[in-house]
Design a protein around this ligand. Structure first.
Ligand SMILES: [Zn+2]
Length: 538
C-alpha cells in the first residue's frame, strides 16, 4: 500500500505543470510585468481613502494581497513628471538618466522654445498632430530602463510597450528598445506615436482610434471640441479610456502569451491634470482616486482571463511620479506659512539688477523664460559682457532671494512689517553642483541627484516651505516631503504580502524586478533590491 502511494505521488508530481522554482524572464516566469504609475499620486492617498476602496482587485490588489510600502520618497529635489517617470524606468536619478525637468533651454537645438524631455526633431508624430508638433523619442534619457534590459536579455523576444496620456510618461518609463509607445494628441484625444517606432500606427491603434471610444470619453466628460487632454484628461473618463487602450494593446500584441516575460508601463496622467487645478484635498481628487480603484479592478479582472495563467502569472508595481503640495489657501487655512510668488516678476527683477551691474542704462534680457525649479541664464549677453559661467550663475544665485521678495505684493500702508521669512531656502549654481560643492548632508544629496548636463547655465532653487508660483491650484517641483512622497506597492507571486515601513525609493522598482527576472540592472541604476519583501527561494 505504501509502495503504491509513493508511486502514485511520484506520478502526480510529474503530471503537475510545475512552474519554475524562481522567476526568470528567459522562461516567461512571470508572463507579464506591469509598471503602473499614477501621476501626482502622493504617498498618503492610499491610506487616506482606504475605506473608499470596495473592489477586490483595484487598490486592494496591492493593499490586501500585495507588498505595500508606506514610506517611499524620491531622493532628489526636482520633483517633476519627466524626471519621475525616467527615475521609475531606469532606477536612477537625474544625475544618472540626465532628465531633470519637463523641458529645458538648449540654445544649440532651439532658440525659440525650451526643448521638451522627449522632443526629437529628427522624427515626426505618427497620427493626429498640430502643425507645430515635433516628433519624439527617448534620446535625452541617457540610461537604460527595466524594459530595455529585458528586451536586451531576451534578444527582442519579449515585447515592451509604454502608454500614457502624456508623451514623456509613455516614453521615459518604458525606454529605448521598446516595441512602441503611445500617448494622446491633446486636441483630438486619439492615440499617437512617433516615427522613432515606425512610419505608421499599428492597425490595432488605428482601429481603436476609429472605434468611437474617443467620442464616448468626450461625451462622458463633457469635453469641449479639440480640448480632449485638458477637459476629458481631468476627469475619470480618461482613466477608463486609457485602460481600455491598454486592453486593446494586450490583446493585439499578445502580451503575456510569449515564451519570455513581456513588460508594459502604464502611466495614468488624469490625477495630475486634475490635481493641478483643484489641489490634493479637493473632493474631486478623491472622486478621481475612487474611480481609478473601480477602473483598475475592471482592468485586472479582465487581465486575469487574457494572460496565460491569469494574474498568478502577472507582477505589478504601483507608484507615483511625484507627490503634490497643498494649495496656498489650503496651507494658509491650516496656519502653515505659504505665499505666492510671480516668476515673471522674479525674472524681471533679475534682469534689472544684472543690467545695472553689467550694462548700465540698457534693457538686455539676461534671463531666459521660466522652467522651474531652475532659473536659466542666457549665456549670450553674459559672454558679450565677458562674464564667465561660474561668475554669472553666482551673481544670479546671490540676487535670487531679493528677486523673490520683490515679486510679492507690497505691504499695506502703515502695516507693521515683521522680518520676512525668505521665500527660497537654497540656490545652487550648476557650476557648484557639477563640482560637488554642496553641503555634506541629506539636502546636499538631493541636490547632487538632481544634476544634469542639460539646461545650459542655470541656478537650481528651492522654495521656503509651501510657496507656489500660481494664484490658484497647486504645483510640484520642490525637494520637500509632500512632493517626494509616493506610494510603492508590488503585487505578484514573488512578494510577501504585508505593510512595510522601511524607507524605500522609486529607484528600487527597476532593480528589484531586474534581480528577480535575472537580467542586468539598468545601466545607471542606484536602487536596492527589496529583499525583505521577497519570498524565500526567489
Ligand atoms: Zn504635474
Amino acid at each position: 500500500m505504501r509502495k503504491f502511494l509513493a508511486a502514485f505521488l511520484a506520478a502526480l508530481l510529474l503530471a503537475l505543470p510545475f512552474p519554475p522554482a524562481f522567476a526568470d524572464a528567459y522562461r516567461a516566469s512571470p508572463k507579464l510585468v506591469i509598471v503602473l504609475v499614477i501621476d501626482q499620486f502622493r504617498g498618503d492617498y492610499l491610506d487616506r481613502y482606504r475605506d473608499d476602496f470596495k473592489t477586490a482587485s483595484g487598490f486592494n490588489l496591492f493593499l490586501k494581497r500585495g507588498a505595500y510600502f508606506t514610506d517611499c520618497y524620491y531622493n532628489y529635489a526636482n520633483t517633476e513628471t519627466a524626471p519621475g517617470h525616467s527615475t521609475i524606468g531606469t532606477g536612477a536619478y537625474s544625475n544618472g538618466h540626465n532628465i531633470a525637468l519637463n523641458q529645458w533651454w538648449d540654445l544649440s537645438r532651439n532658440t525659440k522654445h525650451a526643448v521638451s524631455s522627449v522632443e526629437d526633431e529628427r522624427y515626426e508624430i505618427v497620427g493626429d498632430h498640430g502643425p507645430e508638433d515635433i516628433g519624439a523619442s527617448p534620446r535625452s534619457e541617457l540610461a537604460s530602463t527595466l524594459g530595455d534590459e529585458v528586451a536586451l536579455a531576451t534578444r527582442g523576444q519579449s515585447k515592451v510597450f509604454g502608454i500614457s496620456l502624456k508623451d514623456r510618461a509613455a516614453i521615459l518609463t518604458s525606454g529605448h528598445a521598446t516595441n512602441g509607445a503611445f500617448w494622446l494628441d491633446h486636441a483630438s484625444g486619439h492615440f499617437v506615436s512617433s516615427t522613432y517606432w515606425g512610419p505608421s500606427l499599428p492597425t490595432w491603434v488605428e482601429k481603436f482610434n476609429a472605434s468611437g471610444r474617443t467620442e464616448q470619453a468626450v461625451k462622458e466628460s463633457h469635453a469641449r471640441p479639440d480640448h480632449f487632454y485638458d477637459d476629458a484628461g481631468a476627469t475619470p473618463a480618461s482613466v477608463s479610456y486609457l485602460l481600455d487602450f491598454a486592453q486593446a494593446l494586450v490583446e493585439a500584441e499578445k502580451m503575456g502569451k510569449h515564451d519570455t516575460t513581456d513588460v508594459l508601463t502604464i502611466s495614468i496622467s488624469s490625477t495630475d491634470i486634475l490635481g493641478h487645478k483643484v489641489g490634493p484635498d479637493a473632493p474631486e481628487q478623491r472622486a478621481m482616486i475612487d474611480a481609478i480603484d473601480v477602473d483598475l479592478n475592471a482592468f485586472f479582472t479582465w487581465l486575469n482571463t487574457h494572460v496565460d495563467g491569469g494574474m498568478a502569472n502577472v507582477w505589478v508595481s504601483l507608484t507615483g511620479d511625484h507627490g503634490i503640495g497643498p494649495t496656498i489657501e489650503g496651507a494658509a487655512t491650516a496656519r502653515m506659512p505659504a505665499a505666492q510668488f510671480d516668476m515673471n516678476k522674479v525674472l524681471a527683477s533679475l534682469d534689472a539688477s544684472l543690467n545695472a551691474r553689467y550694462s548700465p542704462g540698457q534693457k538686455i534680457r539676461y534671463m531666459l523664460p521660466n522652467v522651474q525649479p531652475a532659473v536659466t541664464l542666457d549665456p549670450r549677453p553674459f559672454m558679450a559682457a565677458k562674464v564667465p559661467e561660474a561668475e554669472a550663475e553666482q551673481a544670479v544665485a546671490d540676487l535670487l532671494p531679493g528677486a523673490f521678495e520683490s515679486s510679492q505684493p507690497a505691504s499695506p500702508e502703515g502695516a507693521v512689517r515683521l522680518p520676512t521669512r525668505s521665500m527660497i531656502r537654497h540656490a545652487y549654481t550648476k557650476t557648484q553642483i557639477a563640482a560637488g560643492q554642496v553641503p555634506a548632508s541629506a539636502e546636499g544629496q538631493l541636490i547632487l541627484n538632481s544634476y544634469t548636463t542639460n539646461g545650459g547655465w542655470y541656478v537650481l532653487y528651492s522654495v521656503g516651505m509651501y510657496e507656489q508660483g500660481q494664484a490658484s491650484g497647486t504645483n510640484h517641483f520642490t525637494p520637500w516631503g509632500y512632493d517626494r512622497h509616493v506610494p510603492l506597492a508590488f503585487f505578484g507571486s514573488a512578494f510577501v504580502p504585508g505593510i512595510y515601513h522601511q524607507p524605500v525609493e522609486p529607484v528600487d522598482i527597476a532593480v528589484t524586478f531586474a534581480s528577480l527576472l535575472r537580467v542586468n540592472h539598468p545601466t545607471a541604476s542606484v536602487g536596492h533590491v527589496l529583499t525583505f519583501a521577497l519570498k524565500p527561494g526567489q
